[in-house]
Design a protein around this ligand. Structure first.
Ligand SMILES: CC(C)(COP(=O)(O)OP(=O)(O)OC[C@H]1O[C@@H](n2cnc3c(N)ncnc32)[C@H](O)[C@@H]1OP(=O)(O)O)[C@@H](O)C(=O)NCCC(=O)NCCS
Length: 255
């Protein structure tokens, strides 16, 4: 007999299972940030998990989907962002992800009065649920063709979409690279392996800026949005370096 799959809202006993489920499911996803489980935790802490559904088989959480509010620069309200969404690898391809998405969208549309939903993901999957790319809706952190929207009511807004601040976080490997740059800080930039995917992600996020000679420099104002503590460390290091470089005694030692 096929196991019975149930979709229901999360409860407080599900939090650990949701985290573990998310980490395992995202392991092979090529665009993973390694922060997906942390995003869900932070959305929950900020009371911004508008919809949090689990898929359960025999009392075990095997899938999860989160929805949280987004802001749009033209002032459009009641729009939401779908994700993270995950189904344990051994249960993928059985229609569970699709059922989570349909249940979540139905809640947004009918229960919450949402006007639309956006997400970042593969168009060939999400088009099955009506999502498509609208050139007038922009998400600065992802390629335009992967930024998809589904209006429920009224016209599609026009502007820049921002996900909840819980999405702005750095993975441990990204923090390690940022710390390396802080430690090696040099006025003309720090030499880095620009082929390294973590370095590339930090460049895409705008935290590191490429310089000639395989070097990068830090942009603390962008880093601030992701990690204020590391940003203030960077500022401190930059001020220190500036002071040392201007110090004639230090300059004499270096020459
Ligand atoms: C994406 C995910 C939630 C879908 O769950 P699921 O239960 O496998 O989905 P369904 O069974 O309802 O649908 C499966 C279909 O989606 C397609 N699909 C799944 N992931 C896809 C992807 N990244 N790109 C394109 N198609 C994808 C499958 O090929 C399958 O198509 P088919 O039925 O024509 O063979 C699940 O694959 C998952 O957890 N992936 C890892 C995490 C992830 O990628 N999250 C989404 C990031 S946007």
């Amino acid at each position: 007999m096929d196991p019975i799959m149930k979709i229901r809202p999360e409860n407080k006993d599900d939090h650990d299972a949701i985290s573990k489920n998310t980490i395992v499911a995202y392991e092979d996803y090529p665009f993973r940030q390694q922060t997906e489980h942390l995003i869900i935790d932070d959305l929950r802490k900020a009371d911004a998990l508008t919809v949090s559904l689990v898929a359960e088989v025999d009392g075990q959480v095997i899938g999860h989907m989160a929805v949280s509010p987004v802001t749009i620069s033209d002032g459009a309200s009641d729009w939401y962002g779908l994700g993270p969404i995950s189904v344990l690898p051994e249960f993928q391809g059985l229609g569970i992800g699709g059922k989570l998405i349909k249940a979540g969208l139905s809640r947004l549309m009918n229960g919450i009065g949402g006007r639309g939903c956006v997400l970042v993901g593969p168009p060939n999957f999400y088009c099955m649920f009506g999502f498509t790319n609208y050139p007038q809706l922009i998400h600065e952190d992802s390629p335009q063709e992967l930024f998809l929207a589904l209006p429920f009511a009224g016209k599609v807004p026009c502007g820049t979409v921002k996900f909840h601040p819980a999405f702005m976080q750095l993975a441990e490997v990204e923090k390690d690279v940022v710390v390396d740059v802080i430690i090696d800080y040099a006025m003309a930039g720090v030499k880095m392996d620009l082929e390294n995917p973590t370095v590339q992600r930090l460049i895409d996020k705008g935290i590191l800026m490429e310089m000639p000679g395989h070097k990068v420099i830090m942009r603390p104002t962008v880093l601030e949005e992701y990690d204020p503590r590391l940003a203030s460390l960077t500022q401190f290091r930059m001020t220190e370096m500036g002071r040392v470089h201007k110090n004639p005694f230090m300059a004499a030692i270096k020459s």
